[in-house]
Each structure stands twice: as structure tokens, then as C-alpha cells.
Design a protein around this ligand. Structure first.
Ligand code: APR
Length: 320
């Protein structure tokens, strides 16, 4: 059987890391696409030359032509511009919306059967626009945010508790941004919910609140340190986890920006929710019940995403 084909649209910091990870994990053959001439070709060659030492079997091709993504099984989209210090993800809207139009049309014309994972920010609005421009089925287009946000939450919690990250689970809902909703009662250490750990004296509510805020600001913290771009190792790892769930039909339960029509009281919009990812793409959106306080935070987040989608429609009337 031929290897799966993985097309990476955008060969910048995240795109290059995605290519490296996909090759090392032997998820399939990789095509790196970018409008910058030489960048995807150079990165593809560099990673291919790591193959003999690493011992992976995968081909890597860099290209500036959409024709080369033909028949891709998975497309991961990072095309666009990242944040600089002082910018919010929302400040990227106008520029990256135009990019989503050309990328969506490229995928529509050359890889209409792919499972598409968008990473470009502002995530929830960009994945919606990408789906509109590409016309692919909603369950085949999603966005990577929740896996990264919950990975950040898990990392901070594991450090606080002095335990393995493997034994920490975290649950994050809502848009990827300042309004994301980390759910403490569904986040656990070895199955023990965080509020119980506060009662047991393992940590304090103040420390937990600080970790929640640090998770919300996780992207900005890295932008502030790097100064010239945004995070790329953890975002790439998170998207690869989603791609692997699809390619291997793992039925992973992962939070991601998915199209929700009915669950959680929402009608036809993209936002971060718990999903099941398998060979059908987003096979299920898990319809969890929220407490009053959680619902208020989620509503706030949903409204922020709706505002960005309206802004997209204002910029590009073809989306209205
Ligand atoms: N088509 C294809 N590629 C494009 C296009 C386009 N229309 N416009 C820009 N690009 C390419 C750039 O040439 C660049 O190589 O997208 C790449 C983006 O790479 P980086 O600037 O290194 O950004 P990166 O850190 O990879 O982040 C990409 O993901 O997390 C989000 O906010 C982040 O929106 C940003 C995206």
C-alpha cells in the first residue's frame, strides 16, 4: 500500500517542524508548500538529509505549486503571518483571511478528499473561513488549538505537582485566545480532579488560578520571549497528534476547533470543543454539560469567536 501523503501549506517555523515530525514518525510522504521560493525546497532537502541518521522512510518535496499537493490525505495549514510582541491573535485577521482564500481554493482544486487541520491564527475564525473557501465537508476541516492549550495546562500542572506529565489530563474549551475556558473539574492528576487536589492540600486555589491564567496567556508568553515570531514546537506536535489520530483511525478524544451544529447549544459555528478524531475526520463532538459559571465563560468565548467571523464577513463580502 502506498504511504499516506501529507501536505503542509506554509513552510515557516511550524511548517518545517511539522515536516520533521511527520518524517521521523513515518506518518507518510511529505509535501511542503509555500509562496516563498526556495524555503520549502530547502527545508525539505535538509530534513530528507536527516533520514539516513534517523532511519526513516519518507520522501520530502518542497514546492511552490499547488499541483504537487494533489491527492493529499492530510493538509496542515500554517500559511500566513505570526504575531509579534504586543499583537493579539486577532490583529492578524485581515492579512491571514486573504491567505485562507488562496489556500482554501488550492485545497479545493487539488486535495478535496484531505483531512484539513488549520493552525493559522486567529484560529477559530480562520478555520471557519478556510472551510468556506474550500467547500470541503465540515467534518473534514478542523483547527488545532485545544490540544496545544491543554498541553500547556498539563505542563504547568505537572510542574506544580511534581508528577509526570503523562499522569495529568486537562480539559480546555472555547476559542483559542484570551477567552479560552480551562475546565478545572474535568482536569485531573491520575484521575483525581483539580478541585479535589485543592481540598487535599496538594495546591491552593490561588496557584491553580495563576496556572489557568498562564495557560490563557501561553502563546503571548512565548511571543514575548522569542520577539521575532510565535511558538512552533508545541503547536506542530499538537497538530501531528491530530493528523496521526486521523491517519491511524485512532478515535482519539481530543479538543479541537470543530464545526458544532446542535451540541453545547450552538448552531453552525467553529469553536474549541471535545471531539473524537478517526478515519471519518471529526467523527463526534462531545456534548458536555456545563455549570452556570462555566457556561458564562464559554458564552463569552463563543461571542468573541462570532465577533471575529462577522469581521471576516465585513472584510470579504463573498463570505457573508
Ligand atoms: N500561501 C502559502 N504560504 C504562505 C502564504 C500564502 N498565501 N502567505 C504566507 N505564507 C507562508 C510564509 O511564506 C511563511 O513561510 O507562511 C509561512 C508562515 O511561517 P512563519 O512566518 O514562520 O509562521 P509560523 O510560526 O509557522 O506560524 C504560522 O500559525 O500559530 C500560527 O499565528 C501563527 O498564523 C501563524 C501561523
Amino acid at each position: 500500500m502506498a504511504r499516506p501523503k501529507i501536505a503542509l501549506i506554509g513552510a515557516g517555523q511550524i511548517g518545517g517542524t511539522l515536516a520533521h515530525l511527520a518524517a521521523i514518525k513515518e506518518l507518510g510522504d511529505v509535501v511542503l508548500f509555500d509562496i516563498a521560493e526556495g524555503t520549502p525546497q530547502g527545508k525539505a532537502l535538509d530534513i530528507a538529509e536527516s533520514g539516513p541518521s534517523e532511519g526513516f522512510d519518507a520522501t520530502l518535496k518542497g514546492t511552490n505549486s499547488y499541483a504537487d499537493i494533489a491527492g493529499a490525505d492530510v493538509c496542515i495549514v500554517t500559511a500566513g503571518v505570526p504575531r509579534k510582541p504586543g499583537m493579539s491573535r486577532d490583529d492578524l485577521l485581515g492579512i491571514n483571511l486573504k491567505v485562507m482564500k488562496s489556500v482554501g481554493e488550492g485545497i479545493r482544486d487539488h486535495a478535496p478528499n484531505a483531512f484539513v487541520i488549520c493552525i493559522t491564527n486567529p484560529l477559530d475564525a480562520m478555520v471557519w473561513a478556510l472551510r468556506e473557501f474550500s467547500g470541503l465537508p465540515h467534518e473534514k476541516v478542523c483547527g488545532m488549538a485545544g490540544v496545544l492549550d491543554s498541553a500547556r495546562f498539563r505542563h504547568f500542572l505537572a510542574v506544580e505537582f511534581g508528577v509526570s506529565m503523562r499522569d495529568v489530563t486537562a480539559f480546555v474549551l472555547g476559542g483559542h485566545g484570551d477567552t479560552m475556558v480551562p475546565l478545572a473539574r474535568y482536569s485531573t492528576v491520575a484521575g483525581i480532579p483539580l478541585p479535589d487536589l485543592v481540598s487535599m492540600g496538594w495546591t491552593t486555589q490561588d496557584k491553580l488560578d495563576a496556572i489557568v491564567q498562564r495557560t490563557r496567556d501561553g502563546g503571548a508568553e512565548i511571543v514575548g520571549l522569542l520577539k521575532t515570531g510565535s511558538a512552533f514546537y508545541a503547536p506542530a506536535t499538537s497538530a501531528i497528534e491530530m493528523a496521526e489520530a486521523y491517519l491511524k483511525d485512532q478515535k482519539r478524544v481530543l479538543p479541537c476547533a470543530a464545526y458544532v451544529d446542535g451540541a453545547l447549544g450552538l448552531k453552525g459555528m467553529y469553536v474549541g470543543v471535545p471531539t473524537v478524531i478517526g478515519a471519518g475526520g471529526i467523527e463526534k463532538v462531545i456534548d458536555i454539560k456545563l455549570t452556570k459559571d462555566e457556561q458564562a465563560m464559554f458564552d463569552h468565548s463563543v461571542n468573541a469567536v462570532k465577533g471575529l467571523v462577522e469581521a471576516c464577513k465585513g472584510i470579504d463580502p463573498s463570505l457573508a
